[in-house]
Ligand binder design. Structure first.
Ligand SMILES: *[C@@H]1O[C@H](CO)[C@@H](O)[C@H](O)[C@H]1NC(C)=O
Ligand SMILES: *[C@@H]1O[C@H](CO)[C@@H](O)[C@H](O)[C@H]1NC(C)=O
Ligand SMILES: *[C@@H]1O[C@H](CO)[C@@H](O)[C@H](O)[C@H]1NC(C)=O
Ligand SMILES: *[C@@H]1O[C@H](CO)[C@@H](O)[C@H](O)[C@H]1NC(C)=O
Ligand SMILES: *[C@@H]1O[C@H](CO)[C@@H](O)[C@H](O)[C@H]1NC(C)=O
Ligand SMILES: *[C@@H]1O[C@H](CO)[C@@H](O)[C@H](O)[C@H]1NC(C)=O
Ligand SMILES: *[C@@H]1O[C@H](CO)[C@@H](O)[C@H](O)[C@H]1NC(C)=O
Ligand SMILES: *[C@@H]1O[C@H](CO)[C@@H](O)[C@H](O)[C@H]1NC(C)=O
Ligand SMILES: *[C@@H]1O[C@H](CO)[C@@H](O)[C@H](O)[C@H]1NC(C)=O
Ligand SMILES: *[C@@H]1O[C@H](CO)[C@@H](O)[C@H](O)[C@H]1NC(C)=O
Ligand SMILES: [Fe+2]
Length: 621
C-alpha cells in the first residue's frame, strides 16, 4: 500500500497548484489541437425554421454513386443563394427525406419544418470559395460512403446554432445501398478461429449472409454468418436516442474455424437473396494467427483514442480528432509489417451520432479487413449515467456501449462486459474494461487474475495487460494526486507484480509516456533501454495519442517517468523469438521511431522470485 499521508500531502499541494492555473488544462489549447467537441453536436437541428427562397438552389451530381463498384464516391454540390452570408452551411442528410414525417410519433412537433435527425456531415458554404458571401455561388465537394440510404443536401443560413432552411437538393444514391461493406476481423475464442464482422442493409429475412473463403489459390468454402441489429430503444440517452439516431443496418459475424497457422486466406462477403441472386463484396485476404507459443516473427500495434476524420474536410474535422487520419495512413503504409492491431478504447468518438460509426469502419477498412482489429471499451463507448457504467459521465452520448459491442466482435464471454483474453503466438493479452468495476471481489478482477495466470510463460513469454483509462501511471493525472484513476493501481498492481506482467498499456490521456519497470511507484530497475534477466516490475505505457486532441503533462518530473511526448503516435511491439522483444513508439506524422527499448531474457527469469512476486514456498515434503 502506498503512503496515505504522502498522497494527502500531494493532493493539497496539487490543489494549490490548480489555483495557480497551470498544467494540462492550460496546455491543451494550442493551435491545431482541437477542442474535443463532437461537431454534429454544435448543430441545433431541432430549432430549424423555414427560410425557403424561390431563387436559392442546391443541386447534387452524379445522381448514382459507386457505378464503378466503389463503396465511396465524390459528389459535387452546386449552391446558389441570392442572400448569402458568412455562416451559411450545407448539410448532408441520409436518408434523403429529413422532414418531420420521419420523426418518432412521440415527438412534439410544434414548429416547422421540425427536423429531428442530425445531418451525417456538413461544410460551410464558403468552404471552397471565400467569395461566396459576395457572389452567393459555390461548388462544394463531398466524399460520401455507402451508408445504406439515399442522400440529400440542404442549405441553411443562421449558422449552426440558429439554422434556417433555405433550399434542399435533389436525391442521390449508391447503386446498391444495401451492399455488404467494411469487414472487420477479430480473433475468435480460440487461436485457430478468425471472425469477420460486416455491415449491410439486408435483414436475415431478405437474404442469407455468409462468407466465401479458403486458403489463397485453393478451393473456397462457405460459412454462415449471424445477424444482429438494434433499435432506438436500445440507446440509453440523447443524442443517441434522439437527433443522433440513425438506422444502423445489420451486423453479420461469421466464424472461420480450424484455420491452419500462418496461412494466407482469401474471403468475400455474400448475401444470397430470396430470388436466388447474390450480392457480393469485393475480395479481401488475411494471414491466420500463429499457434500459441509458436516461435516466429510477431508484430503487434497498440494505440488508443484515435477517432475519425473526414478526408473531404467536412465537419471542421481538424478540430475534433486531428491526428486520426495520419495514424490510419501510417498503419496502412506499414500494414505488411503488422500482424494484429489493438485499439484500446475511444474508438470513433461518435458520442451518440450513430452515422459516425459507419464512417469510422470505412476509414479503418484497409486495416481491419486485413489484420485482426481488436478493440477495448472506453468512456466514449460506454459511459452514460444510470446505465451501470463505473463512471457516471455522458461521454458515450447515450450509446451506453451498444454500438461498440455490436459493430465489433471481441472474444468476450459477454460482450456487454468488455473484458477478454486473446493469444497471438508468443503473446498473451489480457484486455480489461475500465468502464466496469475492476476492484478486488468484482467479476472482472477474477477474470484478470485468471487471464494473467493462464499464460504459460515458457511458451508465451510476452504477457501484456491493456485497458482504456490509466490504471497504472500517467503524469497527466497529476490533478487528483494519484497519477492514475483512483483505485486502479491500488487494486491491480499486486496482480501485475505477482504474474510478472511485462507491459501494461493504457489510453485515455492523449499522449505517450513510458515508465521504468515499476512497482508501488518505485522503479525496480534502473536500466532505461535494454532490459535483461529478472526485471522485477511492470513497464507502464500510455499510448492514447491515436488521433484525438492532445493532452499535456503535469508539472512534476516523477522518478518513474522515463519518456513523454504530447503528440500523435502509436506503439509497435515486435517479438523476434521467446527471448527478444522490441517496443517502438512511432509518431503518426512521419512513422519514425522516437522511443524504444528491448527486453531480452530466458524462461527462468520469469520464474525467479521478486518482491511480492512468488507464491509462498514450503519446506514440507
Ligand atoms: C427571383 O428571381 C426572379 C427573376 O430574377 C425575380 O423576378 C424574383 O423577384 C426573385 N424572387 C425573390 C424572392 O427575390
Ligand atoms: C467561412 O465561414 C466560417 C463560418 O462563418 C468562418 O469561420 C470562416 O472564416 C469562413 N472562411 C472563409 C475562407 O471565409
Ligand atoms: C415529407 O416528405 C414526404 C416525402 O417526400 C412527403 O410526401 C411529405 O408530404 C412531407 N411531409 C411534410 C410534413 O413536409
Ligand atoms: C466575406 O468574407 C470575408 C472573409 O471572411 C470578409 O472579410 C468579408 O467582410 C465578408 N463580406 C461580406 C459582404 O460579408
Ligand atoms: C433479385 O432481387 C434483387 C433485389 O430485389 C434484384 O435486384 C435482382 O435483379 C433480382 N434478380 C433476379 C435474377 O431476379
Ligand atoms: C449528463 O447529461 C444530463 C442530461 O443532459 C445532465 O443532467 C447530467 O448532469 C450530465 N451528467 C454529467 C456527469 O455531466
Ligand atoms: C517530459 O520530458 C521532458 C523532456 O525529457 C522533461 O523535461 C519533463 O520533465 C517530462 N515531463 C514529465 C511530466 O515527466
Ligand atoms: C532472438 O532474436 C534476437 C533478435 O533478432 C536475436 O539476436 C537472438 O539471437 C534470438 N535468440 C534466439 C534464442 O533465437
Ligand atoms: C499529419 O502528417 C503531416 C505529414 O507528415 C504533418 O505535416 C501534419 O502536421 C500531421 N498532422 C497532425 C495533426 O499531426
Ligand atoms: C530483482 O529482485 C531480486 C529479488 O528481490 C533481486 O535480487 C534482484 O537484484 C533484482 N533485480 C534487479 C535488476 O533489480
Ligand atoms: Fe478516453
Amino acid at each position: 500500500m502506498e503512503s496515505l499521508v504522502s498522497m494527502v500531502y500531494l493532493f493539497i499541494l496539487l490543489s494549490l497548484l490548480q489555483c495557480l492555473n497551470f498544467g494540462p488544462a492550460a496546455a491543451v489549447a494550442h493551435a491545431g489541437n482541437g477542442d474535443g467537441v463532437q461537431p454534429l453536436s454544435k448543430i441545433a437541428i431541432h430549432k430549424a425554421v423555414y427560410a425557403l427562397h424561390e431563387n436559392a438552389s442546391v443541386k447534387a451530381h452524379p445522381l448514382v454513386l459507386g457505378v464503378k463498384g466503389g463503396d465511396s464516391d465524390w459528389v459535387t454540390v452546386e449552391v446558389e443563394c441570392p442572400k448569402p452570408s458568412e455562416d451559411d452551411w450545407v448539410a448532408v442528410f441520409s436518408p434523403a427525406n429529413f422532414n418531420s414525417s420521419t420523426c418518432p410519433p412521440t415527438e412534439d412537433m410544434q414548429q416547422f419544418p421540425y427536423i429531428c435527425s442530425a445531418p451525417i456531415k456538413y461544410k460551410y458554404a464558403n468552404d471552397s470559395n471565400a467569395e461566396y458571401n459576395k457572389t452567393g455561388k459555390a461548388s462544394i465537394n463531398f466524399q460520401l460512403i455507402n451508408q445504406r440510404a439515399d442522400f440529400s443536401f440542404a442549405l441553411f443560413s443562421g449558422g449552426l446554432s440558429d439554422p434556417k432552411l433555405v433550399a434542399v437538393s435533389n436525391v442521390i444514391s449508391f447503386v446498391n445501398p444495401k451492399a455488404p461493406l467494411y469487414p472487420r476481423l477479430s480473433q475468435g475464442k480460440s487461436w485457430n478461429e478468425m471472425t469477420v464482422t460486416w455491415t449491410s442493409g439486408y435483414n436475415i429475412i431478405e437474404a442469407v449472409p455468409f462468407v466465401e473463403w479458403g486458403q489463397k489459390g485453393e478451393s473456397q468454402t462457405r460459412s454462415p454468418a449471424g445477424t444482429l441489429t438494434f433499435h432506438r430503444n436500445s440507446m440509453c440517452a440523447p443524442p443517441a436516442r434522439t437527433v443522433g439516431w440513425r438506422d444502423p443496418g445489420f451486423f453479420h459475424t461469421s466464424f472461420l474455424k480450424d484455420l491452419w497457422p500462418n496461412s494466407v486466406y482469401t474471403y468475400k462477403l455474400g448475401h444470397k437473396l430470396l430470388n436466388g441472386s447474390y450480392a457480393w463484396s469485393k475480395s479481401y485476404s488475411f494471414k491466420s494467427s500463429p499457434y500459441p507459443g509458436q516461435d516466429s516473427l510477431q508484430r503487434v500495434v497498440i494505440f488508443g483514442d484515435m477517432g475519425k476524420a473526414e478526408r473531404d474536410g467536412s465537419n471542421e474535422y481538424s478540430n475534433y480528432q486531428p491526428g486520426s487520419l495520419n495514424t490510419t495512413d501510417q498503419l496502412i503504409k506499414d500494414l505488411k509489417n503488422i500482424d494484429i492491431v489493438f485499439h484500446i478504447g475511444d474508438i470513433t468518438y461518435a458520442n451518440g451520432y450513430i452515422s459516425q460509426w459507419d464512417q469510422f469502419t470505412a476509414q479503418v477498412e484497409p486495416i481491419a479487413s486485413t489484420v485482426p482489429y481488436m478493440i477495448a471499451s472506453g468512456n466514449h463507448e460506454r459511459d452514460t449515467p444510470n446505465s451501470g457504467s463505473f463512471y457516471d459521465g455522458n461521454d458515450s452520448g447515450g450509446e451506453c456501449g451498444v454500438l461498440a459491442e455490436t459493430m465489433f466482435y471481441v472474444p468476450a464471454e459477454n460482450r456487454a462486459k468488455f473484458w477478454y483474453s486473446t493469444d497471438y503466438g508468443m503473446f498473451h493479452f489480457c484486455i480489461a474494461d475500465t468502464e466496469h468495476d475492476w476492484r478486488q471481489g468484482s467479476e472482472q478482477y477474477k477474470f484478470i487474475e485468471k487471464c494473467l495466470a493462464s499464460a504459460d510463460r515458457q511458451k508465451q513469454p510476452w504477457l501484456i495487460f491493456a485497458a482504456h483509462r490509466v490504471l497504472g501511471y500517467s503524469s497527466s493525472y497529476w490533478r487528483d494526486g494519484t497519477f492514475a484513476e483512483p483505485m486502479g493501481r491500488e487494486s491491480l498492481q499486486g496482480l501485475w507484480q505477482k504474474y510478472k506482467v511485462d507491459i501494461a498499456f493504457f489510453g485515455h490521456e492523449h499522449n505517450y509516456e513510458r515508465t521504468c519497470p515499476v512497482y508501488q511507484s518505485q522503479c525496480m530497475n534502473m536500466e532505461k533501454s535494454h532490459y535483461s534477466g529478472v526485471v522485477n516490475g511492470t513497464i507502464h505505457i500510455v499510448v492514447g495519442g491515436g488521433g484525438s486532441h492532445l493532452s499535456g503533462f503535469g508539472p512534476f518530473q516523477t522518478s518513474w517517468s522515463l519518456y513523454n511526448d504530447s503528440d500523435f503516435g502509436f506503439v509497435k511491439l515486435t517479438a523476434f523469438n521467446h527471448s527478444s522483444l522490441l517496443l517502438e513508439y512511432k509518431k503518426s506524422s512521419d512513422g519514425k521511431v522516437y522511443d524504444s527499448f528491448t527486453i531480452s531474457r530466458d524462461y527462468r527469469d520469469v520464474l525467479a522470485c521478486v518482491h511480492d512476486g512468488c507464491e509462498p514456498t514450503t519446506l514440507g515434503s
